[in-house]
Ligand binder design. Structure first.
Ligand code: ADP
Ligand code: ZN
Ligand code: ZN
Length: 813
């Protein structure tokens, strides 16, 4: 029972309850309370006394009301002890200065393990502990303390409530019951219940009104009506798509068997070992997850599967539900608040022992976790973009070690981080093992990849968006009445210049990332180190390619809408063109509806941004086209190549999943880029070897760890000055080496931290705030979080400025 009556009271800061702990109080008499004020300044929980009349009821996970300074505050109990000295961080604290807890507000909302993990996250990611702990609270179901305009505080009831349903079932006696011949309603009811209990709501929906019949038969003892907690959200993701089922295959492939063996070993070791399944798209990774989960469930434990939000589609969910039925809880961003809470409680109650969800599903109240699986391990969406900026893979690794369960990572294009840890065999005291799955079951052939060189098309006089090979292939699809997928990626797009004749993209001399073009000032700027280069772009007569001298050094950029228009012009009217981008998929299930439309069409082209690249499995797709691979390749970020490779591999994997062979056409001005060559020749090492060398030379992860600090404010001068002070403090802390990046950059191994910048961010202004950033590179194993925390503490806060710290950042814009 949540104690609802307490929420009606006003709360004032001064009054204290009368019962103070006595010397002989029963344990526990003291509590560590994390005050729910989200600021980095409150880095630790505070000690409070447990009044003797509360001591039986206070538990770890309870929300409590405490006095904090001269105001009331909401807090969460994260630890309990019978003496003050047993609580961490209480040395030198006088008993007389410890205040009592004022009120217990709720039953426990989270476990001791969750509290421990939240505090670890706050340290690791230099984040406010309160913000980390909030991840573990039941969604929408914890109280909040609000300050009214007159300065008084008011507790707010949780916004989301539980719902219940009335279930009707046949009694034992009822099974033998023969309704009178003319009682049609009663007949229908008995018939409907013969297969098991049904809710009154469903019965009423099915037979207009059943209430009278239910009442009559309840009186006769034929049926019983029982109020039970309703689990909203269970019907979600049920799909009519052809491939949403997961039949158990007759025989596992050799790769699948060795992956399962590795997982079994990791399970037996109980040390949080990590297994990376490095398997091409369609090699049967999902089947490995399903089999591994079956074994974990059989042993009585539970499973957590993380999937990128973007591939958390009806298809994916359907595969898990078809195997594990109602035991599956699902979390994605399209759930309503009530559905979210119910899925959460299903997990807490043990009614769901398999959780499938986006990164935050990690923080569910899992019971006895026996395996954590992260599909598409390399996906950027596992890194949270707002505070606390955690990475789900790293938190999952920590949890795996804590619970002694395996962490299984799956990817067709593993991250450089995961590959490097597997090469070393261990990381942070955990074993990392890689298992390869090269074959597709049933020997489905790899699609044929054609690279369309746009430079040559340009030289041949073509100004069309579609090269000759892509145009011809589209016409072939139309003729054979098949389906095609066209990718037009513009994720995190920053405008850049590219020579139409030789494909040259100007990059920074110091940072080897693409320069961003600023049309207004005719400059190319490096947003990592701040370097500025003056240029004239096409159509200025002074435009000149730095590499070949061509006058066609032009800005890159067309939207999906424009590609759609061009498609409609070349395709016959009876071919469905379905555009999928952020605009066309708004609203609940917008994404799924478009996919169903594509599934149902006879002959169609699906045109979309990166959101179409993942997880789709349509056997009729025989052509995949990439309108321009260069957008992905030339993002101003050291991970640009990795993401581009992943994207192209994924999208290529959409072709030829059925009987008919698939064809992939990649349009590019950069046919010799290692990413393009690797994809075209189905040889990943061409890309990974190159990428690894680039990262080692330019000192990027996994060879270093990064901390990214962004300072923003309305006052440009103030923001820049503060960024400089932070950079100076980093240099002070790390010593002189930090100030000489040029000298250090030539070393293959970083021996001391270095700082780059401050420089204006790629997105220089957002919401009227000027943004400056600095990038700190640390040797692997260096206590980077601790160091950044101490730099922040030393420089202090500045009114009107915000300082965002991102440890192991993915977004450097
Ligand atoms: P991935 O997750 O690696 O992309 P999937 O698990 O989706 O691969 O498998 C691709 C297809 O192969 C699916 O249709 C799946 O049902 C099928 N499949 C998986 N394992 C086997 C197997 N051992 N035998 C036959 N078919 C299989
Ligand atoms: Zn050129
Ligand atoms: Zn630079």
């Amino acid at each position: 029972m949540r104690q609802a009556n307490l929420f009606d009271i006003g709360v004032d800061g001064a009054s204290e309850p009368s019962t103070l702990p006595t010397a002989q109080a029963d344990p526990p008499a003291f509590a560590s309370v994390l005050v729910d004020i989200p600021t980095r300044a409150l880095a630790e929980p505070f000690a409070y006394a447990v009044p003797s009349d509360m001591s039986g009821r206070v538990q770890v996970g309870c929300a409590v009301l405490v006095s904090f300074g001269n105001r009331p505050a909401l807090g969460y109990v994260v630890a309990l002890a019978s003496s003050l000295a047993e609580l961490p961080g209480t040395e030198g604290l006088k008993l007389s200065s410890v205040k009592p807890i004022r009120t217990i507000l709720t039953d426990p909302l989270f476990s001791e393990e969750s509290a421990e993990l939240a505090l670890w996250m706050s340290k690791e990611y230099v984040a406010a502990p309160a913000e980390c702990l909030r991840l573990f609270l039941p969604p929408g179901a914890s109280p909040r303390l609000k300050r009214d305009e007159d300065g008084t505080y008011r507790l707010e009831r949780p916004t989301t409530r539980e719902a219940s349903a009335r279930w009707v079932s046949l009694t034992d006696a009822g099974r033998a019951f023969e309704p009178p011949a003319r009682a049609t309603r009663q007949r229908q009811l008995v018939q409907a219940l013969s297969a098991g209990p049904v809710t009154t709501r469903e019965l009423n929906a099915l037979y207009t009104d059943m209430s009278a019949a239910i009442r009559t038969l309840e009186k006769k003892g034929v049926v019983t009506v029982e109020e039970r907690r309703a689990w909203r959200g269970v019907a979600h993701g049920e799909s009519r798509l052809s491939s949403a089922r997961a039949e158990v295959p007759e025989q596992l492939t050799e790769g699948q068997r060795s992956a399962l063996e590795a997982i079994e070993r990791a399970r037996a070791a109980q040390a949080g070992d990590v297994v990376l399944i490095d398997g091409v798209t369609g090699s049967g990774k999902t089947e490995v997850y399903l089999s591994a989960i079956e074994r974990v469930l059989a042993s009585g434990r539970s499973a957590c599967v993380l999937v990128p939000e973007i591939s958390l589609t009806a298809q994916t969910v359907g595969r898990f539900r078809s195997r594990f039925g109602d035991a599956v809880a699902v979390f994605h961003s399209r759930l309503s608040a009530g559905e979210r809470l119910d899925q959460w409680d299903m997990v807490r109650a043990g009614a769901a022992r398999v959780v499938v969800g986006a990164r935050s599903a990690l923080f569910c109240p899992h019971r006895d976790l026996g395996i954590i699986i992260i599909d598409e391990e390399h996906e950027q969406s596992y890194k949270q973009g707002s505070a606390p900026r955690y990475h789900a893979r790293e938190v999952a690794a920590k949890m795996a070690r804590r619970y002694g369960c395996p962490l299984v990572l799956g990817s067709a294009t593993p991250s450089a981080e995961a590959l490097s840890r597997c090469r070393r065999g261990s990381y942070n005291g955990q074993r990392w093992e890689r298992v390869e799955m090269r074959e597709r079951p049933g020997g489905a052939v790899l699609p044929k990849i054609v690279v369309a060189d746009l430079r040559r098309e340009f030289a041949g006089g073509s100004r069309s968006m579609f090269s000759k090979p892509l145009y011809d292939a589209l016409m072939g699809v139309v003729e054979r009445r098949e389906k095609a997928v066209l990718l037009h990626n513009r994720r995190g797009f920053a405008p850049f210049l590219m020579c139409r004749e030789c494909g040259c993209v100007p990059t920074c001399k110091h940072c080897s990332t693409a320069l961003t073009y600023h049309e207004r000032t005719h400059t190319l700027e490096c947003h990592t180190c701040g370097a500025v280069y003056h240029v004239q772009a096409y159509p200025s007569p002074a435009s000149k390619c730095p590499s070949c001298g061509s006058p066609y050094l032009a800005k890159m950029g067309v939207g999906t809408q424009q590609v759609e228009d061009a498609l409609l012009q070349i395709l016959p009217k009876d071919v469905a063109v379905i555009r999928m981008d952020a605009d066309s998929t708004r609203g609940k299930d917008g994404h799924a509806k478009l996919l169903e439309e594509f599934d149902a069409a006879e002959c169609a082209v699906l045109l979309g941004t990166q959101m179409i690249a993942k997880g789709l499995d349509f056997p009729e797709v025989t052509l995949v086209g990439v309108v321009n691979a260069d957008y992905a390749l030339k993002m101003p970020d050291f991970r640009a190549s990795e993401r581009a490779y992943d994207l192209l591999e994924q999208v290529a994997g959409r072709a030829g999943r059925g009987e008919r062979p698939g064809e992939v056409i990649i349009q590019t001005y950069l046919p010799h880029d290692p990413v393009i060559r690797a994809v075209a020749s189905h040889d990943r090492s061409i890309f990974t070897d190159h990428d690894r060398q680039m990262r080692a030379e330019a000192l990027y992860p996994p060879y270093v760890r990064l901390a990214h600090i962004v300072v923003s404010g309305r006052d440009r001068v103030l923001a820049e000055r503060h960024a400089r002070s932070l950079a100076a403090a980093v240099v002070d802390l790390f010593g002189r080496e930090a100030s000489a990046p040029a000298a250090v950059a030539s070393l293959s191994v970083l021996e001391a931290p270095v700082v780059l910048g401050p420089a204006p961010c790629v997105i220089e202004r957002a919401k009227d705030r000027f943004r400056f950033h600095l990038l700190v590179k640390c040797p692997v194993g260096y206590p980077v979080s601790e160091a950044i925390s101490s730099v922040l503490a030393e420089v202090g806060e500045q009114r009107g400025l915000s300082v965002v710290v991102d440890i192991d950042p993915y977004d450097l814009m």
